[in-house]
Ligand binder design. Structure first.
Ligand SMILES: Cc1cc2nc3c(=O)[nH]c(=O)nc-3n(C[C@H](O)[C@H](O)[C@H](O)COP(=O)(O)OP(=O)(O)OC[C@H]3O[C@@H](n4cnc5c(N)ncnc54)[C@H](O)[C@@H]3O)c2cc1C
Length: 411
Protein backbone atom coordinates (compact mmCIF):
# COMPACT_ATOMS: atom_id res chain seq x y z
CA UNK A 1 0.00 0.00 0.00
CA UNK A 2 1.44 3.39 -0.95
CA UNK A 3 1.86 6.14 1.58
CA UNK A 4 -0.70 8.94 1.64
CA UNK A 5 1.04 12.24 2.41
CA UNK A 6 -2.14 14.20 2.94
CA UNK A 7 -2.35 15.52 6.49
CA UNK A 8 -5.94 16.24 7.55
CA UNK A 9 -6.66 19.96 8.09
CA UNK A 10 -7.63 19.29 11.71
CA UNK A 11 -4.24 17.66 12.45
CA UNK A 12 -2.42 20.56 10.74
CA UNK A 13 -4.31 23.09 12.86
CA UNK A 14 -3.51 21.13 16.01
CA UNK A 15 0.18 21.01 15.10
CA UNK A 16 0.15 24.80 14.79
CA UNK A 17 -1.53 25.15 18.19
CA UNK A 18 1.04 22.88 19.83
CA UNK A 19 3.94 24.65 18.11
CA UNK A 20 2.66 27.95 19.44
CA UNK A 21 2.14 26.41 22.87
CA UNK A 22 5.74 25.19 23.02
CA UNK A 23 7.22 28.42 21.72
CA UNK A 24 5.04 30.86 23.67
CA UNK A 25 4.81 28.94 26.96
CA UNK A 26 7.33 26.10 27.34
CA UNK A 27 10.50 27.74 26.00
CA UNK A 28 10.02 30.87 28.19
CA UNK A 29 9.24 28.60 31.17
CA UNK A 30 12.60 26.85 30.64
CA UNK A 31 14.22 30.24 31.03
CA UNK A 32 12.29 30.91 34.26
CA UNK A 33 13.62 27.65 35.66
CA UNK A 34 17.15 28.49 34.67
CA UNK A 35 16.69 31.82 36.46
CA UNK A 36 15.87 29.89 39.64
CA UNK A 37 12.04 29.62 39.67
CA UNK A 38 10.56 26.68 41.57
CA UNK A 39 9.99 23.80 39.13
CA UNK A 40 6.86 22.46 40.80
CA UNK A 41 5.23 25.89 40.58
CA UNK A 42 6.31 26.44 36.98
CA UNK A 43 5.23 22.98 35.86
CA UNK A 44 1.96 23.21 37.83
CA UNK A 45 1.07 26.50 36.13
CA UNK A 46 1.99 25.17 32.70
CA UNK A 47 -0.06 21.99 33.13
CA UNK A 48 -3.12 23.87 34.39
CA UNK A 49 -2.97 26.16 31.36
CA UNK A 50 -2.35 23.30 28.90
CA UNK A 51 -5.22 21.24 30.25
CA UNK A 52 -7.60 24.20 30.20
CA UNK A 53 -6.84 24.52 26.47
CA UNK A 54 -7.47 20.82 25.86
CA UNK A 55 -3.76 20.04 25.39
CA UNK A 56 -3.53 16.96 27.60
CA UNK A 57 -2.47 13.30 27.19
CA UNK A 58 -2.54 13.40 23.36
CA UNK A 59 -3.02 9.71 22.54
CA UNK A 60 -5.23 8.77 25.50
CA UNK A 61 -8.88 8.20 24.51
CA UNK A 62 -11.25 11.08 25.19
CA UNK A 63 -13.34 9.03 27.61
CA UNK A 64 -10.24 8.82 29.83
CA UNK A 65 -9.59 12.56 29.68
CA UNK A 66 -7.09 12.61 26.82
CA UNK A 67 -7.21 14.14 23.35
CA UNK A 68 -7.94 10.81 21.64
CA UNK A 69 -5.45 11.39 18.81
CA UNK A 70 -4.60 8.69 16.29
CA UNK A 71 -0.95 7.80 15.45
CA UNK A 72 -0.53 10.46 12.72
CA UNK A 73 -1.89 13.43 14.71
CA UNK A 74 0.00 12.23 17.79
CA UNK A 75 3.25 12.05 15.80
CA UNK A 76 2.75 15.63 14.61
CA UNK A 77 2.15 16.79 18.19
CA UNK A 78 5.11 14.89 19.65
CA UNK A 79 7.46 16.26 16.97
CA UNK A 80 6.60 19.77 18.21
CA UNK A 81 6.81 18.91 21.92
CA UNK A 82 10.42 17.77 21.69
CA UNK A 83 11.53 21.36 21.08
CA UNK A 84 11.39 22.07 24.81
CA UNK A 85 12.21 19.88 27.78
CA UNK A 86 8.93 21.04 29.23
CA UNK A 87 6.86 20.27 26.15
CA UNK A 88 5.88 16.66 26.90
CA UNK A 89 5.73 17.29 30.65
CA UNK A 90 3.38 20.22 30.19
CA UNK A 91 0.87 17.99 28.38
CA UNK A 92 1.43 14.95 30.64
CA UNK A 93 2.88 12.84 27.83
CA UNK A 94 6.43 12.43 29.20
CA UNK A 95 8.33 9.18 29.38
CA UNK A 96 8.38 6.75 31.05
CA UNK A 97 4.82 7.48 32.24
CA UNK A 98 3.19 7.74 28.81
CA UNK A 99 3.89 4.24 27.53
CA UNK A 100 2.96 2.80 30.92
CA UNK A 101 -0.39 4.58 30.76
CA UNK A 102 -1.00 2.71 27.52
CA UNK A 103 -0.07 -0.60 29.13
CA UNK A 104 -2.48 0.02 32.00
CA UNK A 105 -5.23 1.06 29.60
CA UNK A 106 -4.80 -2.09 27.58
CA UNK A 107 -4.13 -4.65 30.31
CA UNK A 108 -5.33 -3.15 33.63
CA UNK A 109 -8.30 -4.51 35.59
CA UNK A 110 -11.08 -2.02 36.46
CA UNK A 111 -9.58 -1.79 39.98
CA UNK A 112 -6.07 -1.11 38.61
CA UNK A 113 -7.39 1.52 36.23
CA UNK A 114 -9.23 3.31 39.02
CA UNK A 115 -6.41 3.12 41.56
CA UNK A 116 -3.29 3.49 39.41
CA UNK A 117 -4.19 4.83 35.96
CA UNK A 118 -6.58 7.60 36.97
CA UNK A 119 -4.07 9.61 39.05
CA UNK A 120 -1.49 9.20 36.27
CA UNK A 121 -3.89 10.59 33.70
CA UNK A 122 -4.74 13.47 36.04
CA UNK A 123 -1.05 14.31 36.37
CA UNK A 124 -1.21 13.72 40.13
CA UNK A 125 1.21 10.78 40.18
CA UNK A 126 4.27 9.50 38.33
CA UNK A 127 5.20 5.93 37.44
CA UNK A 128 8.55 4.28 36.65
CA UNK A 129 9.41 1.03 34.90
CA UNK A 130 11.82 -1.45 36.50
CA UNK A 131 12.87 -4.08 34.00
CA UNK A 132 16.64 -3.77 33.48
CA UNK A 133 18.97 -5.39 36.00
CA UNK A 134 22.72 -5.40 36.33
CA UNK A 135 22.29 -9.03 35.33
CA UNK A 136 20.42 -8.32 32.09
CA UNK A 137 19.41 -5.44 29.84
CA UNK A 138 19.35 -5.89 26.07
CA UNK A 139 18.45 -9.54 26.58
CA UNK A 140 15.69 -9.03 29.14
CA UNK A 141 15.06 -12.75 29.38
CA UNK A 142 18.15 -12.91 31.61
CA UNK A 143 16.44 -11.04 34.50
CA UNK A 144 16.98 -12.72 37.87
CA UNK A 145 14.47 -10.97 40.17
CA UNK A 146 12.05 -13.59 41.51
CA UNK A 147 8.38 -13.29 42.47
CA UNK A 148 6.98 -16.12 44.56
CA UNK A 149 3.31 -16.54 45.27
CA UNK A 150 2.40 -16.86 48.97
CA UNK A 151 -1.14 -18.10 49.46
CA UNK A 152 -3.72 -16.67 47.09
CA UNK A 153 -3.45 -13.06 48.03
CA UNK A 154 0.15 -11.90 47.57
CA UNK A 155 3.54 -12.26 45.90
CA UNK A 156 6.95 -11.70 47.48
CA UNK A 157 9.70 -10.27 45.27
CA UNK A 158 13.48 -10.45 45.75
CA UNK A 159 16.27 -9.23 43.49
CA UNK A 160 17.71 -6.01 42.05
CA UNK A 161 17.02 -3.45 39.34
CA UNK A 162 19.02 -0.64 37.89
CA UNK A 163 18.53 2.31 35.56
CA UNK A 164 14.89 2.66 36.56
CA UNK A 165 14.28 6.16 35.23
CA UNK A 166 12.25 8.49 37.44
CA UNK A 167 12.05 5.94 40.30
CA UNK A 168 13.05 8.58 42.84
CA UNK A 169 10.15 10.86 41.84
CA UNK A 170 7.64 8.07 41.16
CA UNK A 171 4.62 7.09 43.25
CA UNK A 172 4.22 3.74 41.49
CA UNK A 173 6.70 1.28 39.98
CA UNK A 174 5.95 -1.29 37.33
CA UNK A 175 8.30 -4.15 38.25
CA UNK A 176 9.08 -7.22 36.15
CA UNK A 177 10.01 -10.42 37.94
CA UNK A 178 10.32 -14.12 37.21
CA UNK A 179 7.25 -16.07 38.35
CA UNK A 180 7.92 -19.40 36.61
CA UNK A 181 11.53 -20.41 35.90
CA UNK A 182 10.34 -23.59 34.18
CA UNK A 183 8.10 -21.88 31.60
CA UNK A 184 9.32 -21.12 28.04
CA UNK A 185 11.81 -18.19 28.09
CA UNK A 186 9.33 -15.47 27.16
CA UNK A 187 6.61 -16.67 29.54
CA UNK A 188 8.67 -16.75 32.74
CA UNK A 189 8.07 -13.11 33.72
CA UNK A 190 5.16 -11.15 35.16
CA UNK A 191 4.60 -7.46 35.83
CA UNK A 192 3.58 -6.01 39.19
CA UNK A 193 2.24 -2.63 40.27
CA UNK A 194 4.15 -1.51 43.34
CA UNK A 195 3.12 1.46 45.46
CA UNK A 196 6.03 3.73 46.45
CA UNK A 197 7.71 4.46 48.74
CA UNK A 198 8.02 0.89 49.90
CA UNK A 199 10.61 -0.61 52.31
CA UNK A 200 10.93 -3.68 50.04
CA UNK A 201 11.85 -1.47 47.04
CA UNK A 202 14.89 0.39 48.30
CA UNK A 203 16.43 3.07 46.11
CA UNK A 204 20.14 2.69 46.84
CA UNK A 205 21.22 5.67 44.74
CA UNK A 206 20.65 7.63 41.60
CA UNK A 207 23.38 6.38 39.29
CA UNK A 208 25.73 9.17 38.21
CA UNK A 209 25.82 9.31 34.40
CA UNK A 210 27.58 11.33 31.71
CA UNK A 211 24.45 13.49 31.30
CA UNK A 212 25.03 17.04 32.51
CA UNK A 213 22.88 17.82 35.52
CA UNK A 214 21.18 21.16 35.71
CA UNK A 215 18.21 22.89 37.29
CA UNK A 216 15.95 20.93 34.92
CA UNK A 217 17.23 17.50 35.94
CA UNK A 218 14.66 17.05 38.73
CA UNK A 219 11.81 17.74 36.36
CA UNK A 220 13.18 15.46 33.75
CA UNK A 221 12.65 12.43 35.87
CA UNK A 222 14.82 12.42 38.96
CA UNK A 223 17.66 10.35 37.54
CA UNK A 224 18.12 6.65 36.98
CA UNK A 225 17.92 4.55 40.13
CA UNK A 226 19.66 1.46 41.40
CA UNK A 227 17.19 -0.57 43.46
CA UNK A 228 17.42 -3.36 45.98
CA UNK A 229 14.31 -5.53 46.16
CA UNK A 230 14.05 -7.39 49.46
CA UNK A 231 10.94 -9.30 50.56
CA UNK A 232 8.79 -6.86 48.63
CA UNK A 233 5.17 -7.82 49.29
CA UNK A 234 2.75 -7.15 46.44
CA UNK A 235 -1.00 -7.90 46.67
CA UNK A 236 -2.09 -10.44 44.06
CA UNK A 237 -4.59 -7.89 42.71
CA UNK A 238 -1.57 -5.79 41.61
CA UNK A 239 -0.43 -8.42 39.09
CA UNK A 240 -0.86 -6.74 35.71
CA UNK A 241 -2.11 -8.71 32.72
CA UNK A 242 -1.78 -12.18 34.24
CA UNK A 243 1.14 -14.46 35.12
CA UNK A 244 3.74 -14.99 32.41
CA UNK A 245 2.59 -11.97 30.37
CA UNK A 246 5.24 -9.52 31.62
CA UNK A 247 7.56 -9.89 28.71
CA UNK A 248 4.88 -9.44 26.06
CA UNK A 249 3.59 -6.32 27.83
CA UNK A 250 7.13 -4.94 28.18
CA UNK A 251 7.66 -5.23 24.46
CA UNK A 252 4.35 -3.47 23.80
CA UNK A 253 5.47 -0.62 26.06
CA UNK A 254 8.89 -0.33 24.45
CA UNK A 255 7.47 -0.33 20.94
CA UNK A 256 5.59 2.90 21.65
CA UNK A 257 8.49 4.48 23.59
CA UNK A 258 10.85 3.96 20.68
CA UNK A 259 8.70 6.05 18.39
CA UNK A 260 8.13 8.81 20.94
CA UNK A 261 11.86 9.35 21.54
CA UNK A 262 12.42 9.60 17.81
CA UNK A 263 9.60 12.11 17.41
CA UNK A 264 11.03 14.34 20.13
CA UNK A 265 14.44 14.06 18.47
CA UNK A 266 13.13 15.71 15.31
CA UNK A 267 12.14 18.82 17.26
CA UNK A 268 15.42 18.92 19.18
CA UNK A 269 17.49 18.49 16.01
CA UNK A 270 15.46 21.19 14.28
CA UNK A 271 16.09 23.59 17.15
CA UNK A 272 19.82 22.77 17.08
CA UNK A 273 20.01 23.35 13.31
CA UNK A 274 18.13 26.65 13.65
CA UNK A 275 20.59 27.77 16.32
CA UNK A 276 23.56 26.74 14.20
CA UNK A 277 22.20 28.49 11.12
CA UNK A 278 21.46 31.69 13.05
CA UNK A 279 25.00 31.61 14.42
CA UNK A 280 26.75 31.17 11.05
CA UNK A 281 24.76 34.04 9.54
CA UNK A 282 26.27 36.45 12.08
CA UNK A 283 29.74 35.07 12.79
CA UNK A 284 32.72 36.03 10.60
CA UNK A 285 36.13 34.36 10.41
CA UNK A 286 39.04 35.15 8.10
CA UNK A 287 37.15 38.11 6.65
CA UNK A 288 34.01 36.24 5.60
CA UNK A 289 30.70 35.30 7.15
CA UNK A 290 30.61 31.61 8.05
CA UNK A 291 27.41 31.13 6.03
CA UNK A 292 29.29 32.07 2.85
CA UNK A 293 31.68 29.11 3.24
CA UNK A 294 30.78 26.08 1.17
CA UNK A 295 32.22 23.74 3.81
CA UNK A 296 29.72 25.21 6.29
CA UNK A 297 26.88 24.99 3.77
CA UNK A 298 27.71 21.31 3.28
CA UNK A 299 27.45 20.75 7.04
CA UNK A 300 24.03 22.41 7.10
CA UNK A 301 22.98 20.40 4.05
CA UNK A 302 23.90 17.12 5.73
CA UNK A 303 21.78 18.05 8.75
CA UNK A 304 18.89 19.02 6.48
CA UNK A 305 19.06 15.59 4.77
CA UNK A 306 19.01 13.82 8.12
CA UNK A 307 16.00 15.80 9.31
CA UNK A 308 14.13 15.28 6.06
CA UNK A 309 14.64 11.51 6.14
CA UNK A 310 13.65 11.45 9.82
CA UNK A 311 10.38 13.27 9.15
CA UNK A 312 9.52 11.02 6.21
CA UNK A 313 10.25 7.90 8.24
CA UNK A 314 8.00 9.03 11.06
CA UNK A 315 5.19 10.02 8.71
CA UNK A 316 5.41 6.66 6.97
CA UNK A 317 5.34 4.77 10.27
CA UNK A 318 2.41 6.89 11.51
CA UNK A 319 0.61 6.15 8.26
CA UNK A 320 1.20 2.42 8.69
CA UNK A 321 -0.01 2.60 12.29
CA UNK A 322 -3.15 4.49 11.22
CA UNK A 323 -3.86 1.71 8.74
CA UNK A 324 -2.96 -1.06 11.19
CA UNK A 325 -0.15 -2.33 8.93
CA UNK A 326 2.87 -4.24 10.23
CA UNK A 327 5.50 -1.63 11.07
CA UNK A 328 8.04 -3.67 13.05
CA UNK A 329 10.81 -3.44 10.46
CA UNK A 330 10.33 0.30 9.94
CA UNK A 331 10.14 0.86 13.71
CA UNK A 332 13.51 -0.83 14.28
CA UNK A 333 15.18 1.03 11.39
CA UNK A 334 13.74 4.37 12.54
CA UNK A 335 14.69 3.83 16.19
CA UNK A 336 18.36 3.54 15.24
CA UNK A 337 18.27 6.25 12.56
CA UNK A 338 16.55 8.84 14.76
CA UNK A 339 18.92 8.31 17.70
CA UNK A 340 21.95 8.73 15.43
CA UNK A 341 20.35 11.61 13.51
CA UNK A 342 19.88 13.78 16.59
CA UNK A 343 23.41 12.92 17.65
CA UNK A 344 24.87 14.09 14.31
CA UNK A 345 22.81 17.28 14.12
CA UNK A 346 23.50 18.40 17.70
CA UNK A 347 27.18 17.56 17.20
CA UNK A 348 27.28 19.70 14.04
CA UNK A 349 25.56 22.55 15.89
CA UNK A 350 28.22 22.36 18.62
CA UNK A 351 30.97 22.34 16.00
CA UNK A 352 29.60 25.40 14.20
CA UNK A 353 29.25 27.34 17.45
CA UNK A 354 32.91 26.65 18.30
CA UNK A 355 33.79 27.04 21.99
CA UNK A 356 30.38 28.60 22.61
CA UNK A 357 28.81 25.30 21.54
CA UNK A 358 30.98 23.40 24.00
CA UNK A 359 30.13 25.86 26.79
CA UNK A 360 27.13 25.53 29.04
CA UNK A 361 25.91 29.00 28.03
CA UNK A 362 23.88 27.20 25.35
CA UNK A 363 21.75 24.07 25.85
CA UNK A 364 23.67 22.12 23.14
CA UNK A 365 26.28 20.59 25.46
CA UNK A 366 23.62 19.29 27.84
CA UNK A 367 21.54 17.91 24.96
CA UNK A 368 24.60 16.13 23.60
CA UNK A 369 25.26 14.33 26.88
CA UNK A 370 21.60 13.36 27.31
CA UNK A 371 20.98 12.01 23.82
CA UNK A 372 23.98 9.66 23.94
CA UNK A 373 21.78 7.30 25.97
CA UNK A 374 19.36 6.95 23.08
CA UNK A 375 21.66 4.58 21.26
CA UNK A 376 21.40 2.27 24.29
CA UNK A 377 17.89 2.58 25.69
CA UNK A 378 14.90 0.68 24.36
CA UNK A 379 17.29 -1.74 22.70
CA UNK A 380 20.87 -0.81 21.72
CA UNK A 381 21.60 0.01 18.06
CA UNK A 382 23.24 -3.37 17.48
CA UNK A 383 20.23 -5.37 18.66
CA UNK A 384 17.87 -3.49 16.32
CA UNK A 385 20.31 -3.74 13.44
CA UNK A 386 20.61 -7.46 14.13
CA UNK A 387 16.82 -7.89 13.78
CA UNK A 388 16.67 -5.56 10.78
CA UNK A 389 19.46 -7.49 9.04
CA UNK A 390 17.74 -10.81 9.70
CA UNK A 391 14.56 -9.41 8.14
CA UNK A 392 16.54 -8.33 5.07
CA UNK A 393 17.76 -11.90 4.63
CA UNK A 394 14.28 -13.31 5.28
CA UNK A 395 12.76 -11.01 2.64
CA UNK A 396 15.38 -12.07 0.10
CA UNK A 397 14.82 -15.75 0.76
CA UNK A 398 11.04 -15.36 0.55
CA UNK A 399 10.79 -13.10 -2.52
CA UNK A 400 14.16 -13.01 -4.29
CA UNK A 401 14.59 -9.32 -3.37
CA UNK A 402 15.29 -7.43 -0.15
CA UNK A 403 12.89 -4.61 -1.14
CA UNK A 404 10.15 -5.73 1.24
CA UNK A 405 12.50 -5.11 4.19
CA UNK A 406 13.68 -1.69 2.92
CA UNK A 407 10.46 0.26 2.45
CA UNK A 408 9.92 -1.35 -0.95
CA UNK A 409 6.17 -1.46 -0.40
CA UNK A 410 6.15 2.34 -0.68
CA UNK A 411 6.30 2.01 -4.44
C1 LIG B 1 19.50 6.78 30.37
C2 LIG B 1 18.96 5.40 30.51
C3 LIG B 1 17.64 5.22 30.94
C4 LIG B 1 17.12 3.93 31.11
N1 LIG B 1 15.85 3.78 31.61
C5 LIG B 1 15.38 2.53 31.89
C6 LIG B 1 14.13 2.36 32.56
O1 LIG B 1 13.42 3.31 32.88
N2 LIG B 1 13.73 1.11 32.87
C7 LIG B 1 14.48 0.00 32.54
O2 LIG B 1 14.05 -1.11 32.84
N3 LIG B 1 15.67 0.14 31.88
C8 LIG B 1 16.16 1.38 31.58
N4 LIG B 1 17.39 1.54 30.97
C9 LIG B 1 18.20 0.37 30.64
C10 LIG B 1 18.28 0.09 29.15
O3 LIG B 1 17.06 -0.39 28.67
C11 LIG B 1 19.45 -0.89 28.96
O4 LIG B 1 20.64 -0.18 29.24
C12 LIG B 1 19.50 -1.47 27.57
O5 LIG B 1 18.46 -2.38 27.36
C13 LIG B 1 20.85 -2.19 27.31
O6 LIG B 1 21.07 -3.15 28.32
P1 LIG B 1 22.48 -3.18 29.08
O7 LIG B 1 22.80 -1.81 29.51
O8 LIG B 1 22.42 -4.23 30.12
O9 LIG B 1 23.53 -3.60 27.99
P2 LIG B 1 23.91 -5.10 27.55
O10 LIG B 1 22.67 -5.92 27.38
O11 LIG B 1 24.93 -5.61 28.47
O12 LIG B 1 24.59 -4.81 26.16
C14 LIG B 1 25.83 -4.09 26.08
C15 LIG B 1 26.18 -3.80 24.64
O13 LIG B 1 26.40 -5.01 23.95
C16 LIG B 1 26.01 -4.89 22.60
N5 LIG B 1 25.04 -5.97 22.31
C17 LIG B 1 24.11 -6.51 23.13
N6 LIG B 1 23.42 -7.50 22.52
C18 LIG B 1 23.93 -7.59 21.27
C19 LIG B 1 23.64 -8.40 20.13
N7 LIG B 1 22.69 -9.31 20.14
N8 LIG B 1 24.40 -8.22 18.99
C20 LIG B 1 25.39 -7.28 18.95
N9 LIG B 1 25.68 -6.48 20.01
C21 LIG B 1 24.98 -6.62 21.13
C22 LIG B 1 25.40 -3.50 22.42
O14 LIG B 1 26.37 -2.63 21.90
C23 LIG B 1 25.04 -3.11 23.84
O15 LIG B 1 25.05 -1.69 24.02
C24 LIG B 1 17.93 2.81 30.79
C25 LIG B 1 19.24 2.99 30.33
C26 LIG B 1 19.77 4.27 30.19
C27 LIG B 1 21.17 4.44 29.73
Amino acid sequence: MAIDFEIPAEAKALRERVRKWVQDECVPAEKRLLDGADYKTVLGELRKKARAQGLWCPFIPKEHGGMGLGPLANALVQMELGESYLGALSMNTQGPDDATMLTLLEHGTPHQKEKFLKPLLNGEKRICYSMTEKAAGADATGMQTRAEKRGNDRYVLNGEKWFSSAASVADIALVMAKTDPDAPRHQQYSTFLVELPNPGYKIKRNIPTMALEGPLSHILGGGHAEIEITDLEVPAENLLGGEGRGFAMGQHRLAYGRLRHGMHNVAMAQRALDMATKHVTTRSTFGKKLDERQAVQFMLADCASELYIARLMLMHIAYKAENKLDLRQENGIAKVFLANMVHKVVDTAIQLHGALGYSRDLPLAAWYTHIRSQRLVDGPDEVHRWTTGRNVIKAYKATGTTAGACGGDLL
